[in-house]
Design a protein. Sequence first.
Length: 356
Amino acid sequence: MTVHPLQSRFEADIASAADLAALDAVRVAAIGKLGVVTQLLKTLGGMTPEERRVEGPRLNTLREGVTAAIAKRKSVLENTELDRRLATERVDLSLPAAVAPRGSVHPVSQVMDELTEIFADLGFAVAEGPEIEDDWRNFTALNIPETHPARAMMDTFYIAGEHERPMVLRTHTSPVQIRTMQSEPPPIRIIAPGRVYRSDSDATHTPMFHQIEGLVIDKGIHMGHLKWTLETFLKAFFERDDVVLRLRPSYFPFTEPSAEVDVGWSIEKGRRVVGGSEGWMEVLGSGMVHPRVMAACGLDPDEWQGFAFGTGVDRLAMLKYGMDDLRAFFDGDLRWLKHYGFSFLDVPTLSGGVGA
Ligand code: PHE
């Protein structure tokens, strides 16, 4: 069998194709739908058997040879292209970033990150719940029955429409206590940061704000554990060793006994800061988980004990970073965000660290 005269011509074209586009042009011209070889193959039908016996194998060899040569050249060109990109598109990681950072981390996000870090060090996991909650988990299971005056303590947004259970915008993060106790067996150590809603609005109240809930369920848990945990957390959060706590007897339907927690403040450089005890301000609600709450979640209160606490994330941010109008948190004013925002590289620290 003689080699088809076109074979060497196509092979030369293929070898000299300088890039993938040029190679593809050769492919189309040779073995594309209207390519020379394709057309020649179509003429086989009109040939005499003798002619076809000679021309058939030659044309098939030509087509296979061209196809193979194109594939080979293609991989060479692809490798060359890759080498070129590897050589030219190198990123110099030692160079300072060319782009100035845009935007900043909102103080609420920053403080939530700080709290998560602190509690992670204490062995707490983060739990979440929906912002549209059923009224059973938001109130009833928390020992706030239908007619209980405590429901009026929180001006609740109800969701319109027919639901299996009335639905509310959760008024606190406490329903996450219920969700956690329902879904996992003790021992439990969780924090639940998130948005909550009450129809309230002035310089220190917005209809939406942020809370963080803590819940510990285990055997032999008592108020001492609660107090130590809160003290450790507040010292780490405010990055001061002289944070003093005062637990005041209080009332929450879902804890018994209940305590409101104040931190001491003092004046430094004309500013009120947390630390010392020139005066007191309330920062937390807390207490031992009420036996009825445990029972509502199917836990035996004779076997398990626990404590819970809840506090305002926005309020903690205001206290730590010296902001005085809560409404500004949610105005989206760029000047405020630039001033009070954090760099995304500001890794939240524990300052001296928990236990320091
Ligand atoms: N849920 C309470 C509130 O929103 C705070 C709290 C949480 C109190 C847990 C005690 C225990 O005011």
